[in-house]
Structures are given as structure tokens and as C-alpha cells.
Design a binder for this molecule. Structure first.
Ligand code: ADX
Length: 597
């Protein structure tokens, strides 16, 4: 991968390299340079090489591509360059390229030196397991080809790379004049190291580690024969190989290895195959077929490195979709351990993670998955997080290790069932969730509903935002992250009360769709009733029973819902109450009917 900031000369460098290696005709080179001068590293560069067909694989992983791939050939080897735009917000492209790269070329302007971008690129490269980096100190022609301009940058880069455990060298070049790219520069006699190309030609290829066989199952073929299809992530497989299917752990033997071009005696990492097994096993999309003698571990909690690439910040406690290998599961970040300050390399505390943020975090999955630490396997250790509402790829992560926190905690079987708890109360458990702006009337209506249900002999309990914030949630404020946690806890409590057979009435602003949906999913179908207590902001402000809107407008109450903190209107509420046309009594009557239905 090549990385550089706008105007560091990335396009010129790649163009020149392609030209000197015969991949671009000379008359196009001038146009290329002109183009890169005009557009910096923006998109829309001329397309002077082929696109690699790995693209479809990345689409599969849900990563949007904005990376240009280019081919060129040296005397010994041929190369694919993944060209990533250098703007700050392009972490996503950078991550995509880094997750496939073995070597990073980092470009800096000799006159500007190492900048935040360079540190960010190096950091991300190291996170994604890129083991080698070359600092190309470019525009040496504009720095009098002077050794004094080069050496301090070389020393600084070497220190940085050391800190990341990356092998590094620095080469003084002029991309424009073609100095030290493919032939040694006569203008920099003081430099005795390799040219860029001679370095690329001699750098050892990535070790194809001697890993045991592993294949994430992408899909199960049922036409003709039952074959488990996927791309081999590590090791070899042959008919007769003993395998284990994870996460279940069943054993079997491979009877056939089938490809588009017929059956194989052996297949190895990188090949797409369909495996036919000797036994009927429980194996679906997302399972991993692995060598029986060394199956990967299975876990549901991990410590991970995270790179955030969404405009919407990461909120711990919110449920995202996590894709690892071919499996997709629900997941939450349970703890942000620290964020990494790119400039200083220091660890800083963080409650949320913004666009381009990098952090170490704990993640908890809805169910256990087979995995490997990222440093052992990119395929079984690298994952992406997807926003459930927008479907955007919000983050990329790398598993460091499994957390065994919940390892010794199992579900304790309860003798008295959920249904029995409800039956003895002569009712069906329900969670009635009132959501809406402050002063909409949630608590008022919920109170009337509870009184009416009590009169009908029902067993109820009312959880109210203001009250919970005096006890259980006393440590939480009104930031987005705190509201997510507030609702997560309230939802868990409501679920427990429903388990006890109660009709639970919950009155919380609960401004976010994602959390309301999460609670819905905690409960059996039909037990969650979402009641949208709808009031125009203007009307709520007019009522203002606690004087909070007035304070918020006066700037004395920051992050007030509806004023400077969002409220996401429900899309599929079971009941919508228009508080401008219904009285609280009438509204309560509607809710009671729905509860008893
Ligand atoms: S929620 O957003 O996390 O669901 P919750 O329902 O628990 O909020 O608490 C809302 C109550 O806290 C409001 O009824 C109001 O009395 C009080 N409050 C204090 N500050 C704020 C604020 N900044 N935004 C909203 N409500 C606030």
C-alpha cells in the first residue's frame, strides 16, 4: 500500500514507477503528473492499470472500496499497488488496503517531514499486521538533494517504526525526477542504501506460516451433493483429512475436495473449494472447518483493536452487527479501555469513539464464534462492525485475545419457569415502553395505565427514567453514550421483571431507535409494546412543567432532548398517542386495551 497526504507526490511516484517499469507510456506520464498536481491525491486519477479481482471479496466483507489497484513488473517480481487516498476521513480505504498489504510505502515531503498523517498511516498499518514500511522522503530535488534534510526524518521514522514493531527503512527520492526509484541517484552520492525497486525486489516474501487447516464456511451447497463452500484461510486439506466443525466441535473426515475445475488431491490457503464430509454434521454459514488436531478457540468476549470509520460515533452498550470470517452476530462494545492519541502515541480515556478514532476495547458477542488472534490469522481475527440501522460499515477490528470473564458463568437453570410466574398472576408478561420527548406525558399516562391495570387485578410495576436516575443509573448523565447505557440497564431490568411475570410499564425518553429495538429483541414476540407519546416540540416547550426547556434554551442545560440532543421518532410503534388530540385518560385506555389483548 502507498500512503501520503495530499500533495506529497503519491500519484507522481506511482506514475513514475509504473513508467520506469514500462507499465505507462512516456507521453501519459506528463499528463499524470499534471493531473496529480491539479487534483492532489483525490479520486479521478487516470486509470493506468488493471483492477484486481479481489474487489468482490471485499464487497463480501461489506467494505466499500475506494482504493485503486495498479499492477507493475520489476525484473524479478510483479506488484500490485493499492493506492489509498490520503485525506483524513479516508481511514476506511486505508484500513481496507492495510488489511491486504504486506508492505507500506509512506510518502513524505522532504521539506515538511513526518506529519500526523504519516503517524496515522503507520499506526493503522501496524494494527492491520503490515510488517514492513518504507519511508519515501520525496521532493529531494526541492531540498537541494541534501543529506541534512533526509537524516533527521530517517531517524524519527526509525524510532516510530520501532515502537510499532515494524521493520523500516527510509529512502530519499524524487518522484518527479525519478531519483532512487529504479536506478541509484547520481545526485545523492551520500546515500548508499537501496533504490525503491531494488528494495522491493529483495524484501523477503511474507512467510506462509505453517498453520493448521482452517476454512470459514461461506455457504452450503445442496445441489447434487452437500458441499461446504469457502476460501481456505490457512493450511492444507485433502480427502481423508480429519476435521472438526466449530463452534459445535463435531468431528468428521473430508471425503472430497471439489472445485470449479474438478476434484483435488490437496487444496491450500487462498483456494476456493467445496468440502464434502463423511458424516452428517451441524455446519452452516459462519461455521469453521478446521484440522481436528488443532482447532481454533471458540469465545464470545474479546479484547480488540478498533478503528472507527463512521461519522456516527461508536457508543459502548449499543448493539452492532459483527462480521468475522463468514459469520455475522450481534455484538456490543462493553468497554473502551483507551483511545490512542496518534500524535503522541499516548493512551487517553474515552467514552465514545469518533470518526478515525483508534482504540483498544472489549467486545461481547451474542453467541460464541471460532476465532484466532489477528496476528495469527487475518481471516479469523479481523472483523467489521456494521450499524444495524444504517447498514454502514462503521468500524474494523482486530482480535487480540479472548476474555475469559464469563468463562465460568453458565446460565443457571430456574425450576419455576417464566410462564409459571405469569400464569399464577393470571396474566401474560408484557413490557410497555413509553417513548417521547420530555414533558410529552409519558409518566402521566403510564401512571394512569398502572392504576387501571391494578384495578383489574393485574400485577404491574412502573419504571420511570427520573426515578431510576436516582439509584441504579445515578452515575449516568445525558451524553449519547450515557443515554445508551441508561436504556440498556432499564431494558435489562424490565426483562427481568417480565421474567417474573409482571406487566412492566417503562417511561423513558429513550431517544434512539437502536436501543428501543434492542429491548424489543430481548423479549419474546408480542411481549413488547412500544408506545410513542407524540408531542410537537413547541407544545412540550409550552407545557415545560419542570422549567427544563427554558433552562435549555437559556444555555444552562446542555444536551437537552429536542433542543441540542436528537430524538429519533419511532417507525413501528404499536401505539402512537397524539397528545394534542387525546386526553391522558383516553390515551391510557388505548394502552390498557392493547395490554389485555
Ligand atoms: S433518556 O434520554 O436517557 O431516556 P430519561 O428518560 O432517563 O432520559 O430521563 C429524562 C429526564 O431527565 C427528563 O424527564 C428530565 O426530567 C431529566 N433531564 C435532565 N437533563 C436532561 C437532558 N439534558 N435531556 C433530557 N432530559 C433531561
Amino acid at each position: 500500500m502507498t500512503c501520503g497526504s495530499v500533495d506529497d507526490g503519491k500519484s507522481t511516484l506511482i506514475g513514475r514507477l509504473l513508467f520506469e517499469c514500462g507499465a505507462v507510456p512516456e507521453d501519459e506520464l506528463a499528463a499524470l503528473h499534471e493531473d496529480s498536481r491539479r487534483h492532489g491525491t483525490q479520486r479521478g486519477e487516470p486509470d493506468y492499470a488493471l483492477l484486481v479481482d479481489g474487489l468482490s471479496a471485499e464487497r463480501e466483507q461489506g467494505i466499500t472500496i475506494d482504493v485503486a489497484y495498479r499492477y507493475f513488473a520489476g525484473p524479478e517480481r510483479s506488484y500490485i499497488v493499492a493506492d489509498t487516498p490520503g485525506h483524513e476521513q479516508y481511514t476506511r480505504n486505508l484500513a481496507t488496503a492495510a488489511s491486504r498489504a504486506e508492505l507500506a510505502l509512506l510518502l513524505v515531503d522532504a521539506r515538511k517531514g513526518i506529519v500526523t498523517q504519516t503517524r496515522r498511516h503507520l499506526h493503522i498499518a501496524s494494527l492491520f499486521g503490515v510488517g514492513r514500511a518504507v519511508l519515501l522522503v520525496n521532493k529531494m530535488d526541492a531540498a537541494d538533494y541534501s543529506e541534512a534534510a533526509f537524516r533527521p526524518l530517517e531517524a524519527e521514522f526509525s524510532r516510530l517504526a520501532d515502537r510499532h514493531g515494524i521493520e523500516a527503512i527510509a529512502i530519499p527520492v524524487s518522484a518527479l525526477k525519478g531519483e532512487n526509484l529504479t536506478s541509484p541517484s547520481s545526485r545523492m552520492g551520500w546515500y548508499h542504501g537501496p533504490t525503491l525497486l531494488s528494495f522491493l525486489e529483495t524484501v523477503p516474501p511474507p512467510e506462509s506460516a505453517d498453520t493448521p487447516f482452517r476454512m470459514p464456511v461461506q455457504w452450503v451447497n445442496r445441489a447434487g451433493f452437500r458441499g461446504f463452500c469457502g476460501t481456505i484461510a490457512g493450511g492444507f486439506v485433502s480427502p481423508g483429512s480429519e476435521v472438526r466443525i466449530l463452534p459445535g466441535g463435531q468431528k468428521s473426515i473430508v471425503s472430497r475436495v471439489v472445485t470449479m475445475d474438478g476434484e483435488l488431491e490437496t487444496a491450500k490457503a487462498g483456494q476456493a473449494v467445496a468440502l464434502v464430509l463423511a458424516d452428517e454434521v451441524d455446519c452452516t454459514r459462519g461455521s469453521v472447518i478446521a484440522a481436528a488436531y488443532a482447532p481454533p478457540e471458540v469465545a464470545d468476549q474479546f479484547e480488540v483493536d478498533l478503528v472507527w470509520m463512521d461519522e456516527e460515533p461508536l457508543l459502548p452498550g449499543r448493539s452492532y452487527l459483527l462480521k468475522l470470517g463468514a459469520a455475522t452476530v450481534g455484538a456490543t462494545i462493553t468497554e473502551l479501555k483507551h483511545q490512542v492519541d496518534i500524535d503522541s502515541g499516548q493512551h487517553v480515556a474515552a467514552r465514545t469513539l469518533e470518526l478515525n478514532g483508534i482504540a483498544v476495547a472489549s467486545v461481547s458477542l451474542d453467541r460464541p464464534l471460532p476465532f484466532a488472534p489477528y496476528l495469527e490469522s487475518r481471516e479469523l481475527g479481523g472483523f467489521i462492525l456494521i450499524d444495524r440501522i444504517s447498514n454502514a460499515t462503521s468500524g474494523a477490528g482486530m482480535i487480540r485475545f479472548a476474555l475469559r470473564r464469563s468463562h465460568n458463568i453458565r446460565w443457571q437453570h430456574l425450576e419455576v419457569s417464566r410462564d409459571a410466574h405469569a400464569a399464577i398472576k393470571n396474566q401474560r408478561a408484557k413490557v410497555v415502553w413509553f417513548t417521547g420527548l420530555s414533558a410529552a406525558g409519558k409518566s402521566t399516562i403510564a401512571n394512569i395505565v398502572e392504576r387501571k391495570l391494578l384495578a383489574l387485578g393485574k400485577h404491574t410495576f412502573l419504571l420511570d427514567g427520573d426515578n431510576l436516575r436516582h439509584g441504579l443509573n445515578r452515575d449516568l448523565g445525558f451524553t449519547d453514550a450515557d443515554r445508551v447505557e441508561n436504556i440498556r440497564r432499564a431494558g435489562e431490568v424490565a426483562r427481568l421483571m417480565a421474567d417474573a411475570g409482571l406487566i412492566v410499564l417503562c417511561a423513558f425518553i429513550s431517544p434512539f431507535r437502536a436501543e428501543r429495538r434492542m429491548i424489543r429483541q430481548l423479549l419474546p414476540p408480542g411481549e413488547f409494546i412500544e408506545v410513542f407519546v407524540d408531542v410537537p416540540l413547541k407544545e412540550a416547550e409550552k407545557r415545560d412543567p419542570k422549567g427544563l426547556y427554558r433552562k435549555a434554551r437559556a444555555g444552562q442545560l446542555p444536551s437537552f432532548t429536542g433542543i441540542d440532543s436528537p430524538y429519533e421518532v419511532p417507525e413501528q410503534a404499536e401505539i402512537r398517542i397524539d397528545t394534542t388530540s387525546l386526553s391522558a385518560e383516553e390515551a391510557a385506555e388505548l394502552v390498557v386495551e392493547a395490554v389485555l389483548r
